[in-house]
Design a protein around this ligand. Structure first.
Ligand SMILES: [Zn+2]
Length: 103
């Protein structure tokens, strides 16, 4: 059973994350990546890539993902709705979709 780990705004980020997770022995499935190639007119960052992992691996994948996101330069924020920790690069809460308070 696949579970959505996150959505990346470009295939490069998604593939870096995929490589990191593979290194941890976690199988990763990227969704939306092929679409990006098909829609040639759009800028490369226009499409979202959904990163899916096995639900058994989710917690480990999430820890790895959070580590990955720590490298982001923007300060993290906490969702006002569900209190989830979100990375600074996120405009919306990854868990519930609530917009960042800064927006
Ligand atoms: Zn939230």
């Amino acid at each position: 059973m696949n579970k959505e780990l996150c959505r990346c705004f470009n295939a490069i980020e998604a593939n870096i994350l995929k490589g990191l997770l593979h290194h941890q022995g976690i199988n990763v499935q990227l969704m939306g990546e092929t679409l990006q190639g098909a829609v040639g007119e759009l800028p490369p960052d226009a499409a979202q890539v959904t990163v899916l992992v096995d639900s058994d691996d989710y917690q480990q994948a999430l820890a790895c993902y959070q580590q990955f996101q720590k490298q982001s330069s923007s300060p993290p924020w906490f969702c006002s709705k569900c209190q989830e920790h979100n990375e600074g690069s996120f405009d919306f809460c990854w868990r519930c979709g609530e917009p960042s308070a800064d927006q």
